[in-house]
Ligand binder design. Sequence first.
Ligand code: HEC
Length: 264
Amino acid sequence: MAHNPEGNRKQVHYVGDSRVRADRPKRYAPDYSEFPGKNEAFIPDFLLKEWMVAAVFLVGFMTLVMSELPPLGEKADPTNTSFLPVPDWYFLFLYQLLKYKWASGPYVVLGTVVLPLIMAAALLLAPWLDSGKERRPHKRPVATGLMILSVIAVAALTWSAEAEHEQQAESAPIRMPKATKVMAVDEQGYQLFKESACIKCHGDQLQGVNGPHLIGVGNKPGMTTDKIIEIIDHGRGGMPAGMFQGSDQEKRALAEWLMKQKQK
Ligand code: HEC
């Protein structure tokens, strides 16, 4: 083999590809020099404008962040049994979807997987599903219509989730009264309550800890001093019998004190 004077330089061969048409239209954008007066240089003109807008937005955003406290909601209260946890606002529509019969129970897969997957896949495949050249929204009725419909559906679901949540919060069966530090701790009743370990389950402010709260037991329908004595003596449900160690007289004093715990 003869020595190649060009060293190891590769040779380029041009071949024709029958799949590429010779009259194929140009796919690249026209040069900006083709639009005199209607353009500007990217550096520095355009970039400077972009930076100025970005700076204004950034400063505005930071001012907002510093002036507004983050909306953390109420403090967590483990004794509050009427608290209804709900997802953040941007997931409320998915949460609401799962409340409907046709998307929950035996059809829960529809609400949790199938529907969200269809929506996500449609968005992902939109460029292939709608490959028309038209870009104006009113010339693409199917795509535009579906988009508007989805936005309306998400807004409506979010709104009804919020409305239902408010309604539920209002009609919650046991609205846990806020424990307030107003308990008269020097009363004999309170002392007995504390000494008999009632506190361990019912809390030092009657707020309930391992047992139910006793706030307002005094105005519970059917509740009497004798009834409380009976509960103390015999227990009830998760409450053990024979917790009280004092005399019968003290037991009555404790029960009478509890009957005085009425809720305003
Ligand atoms: C081991 C935990 C525990 C202790 C200690 C305890 N309780 Fe209870 N108590 C409960 C539970 C649980 C209930 C709810 C019973 C039920 O399911 O009906 C209850 C219910 C009650 C009720 C009825 C409340 C209502 O709304 O009907 C009264 C009154 C009461 N307790 C008083 C006392 C007193 C007084 C003491 C102290 C001598 C005491 N408890 C000690 C757990 C406890």
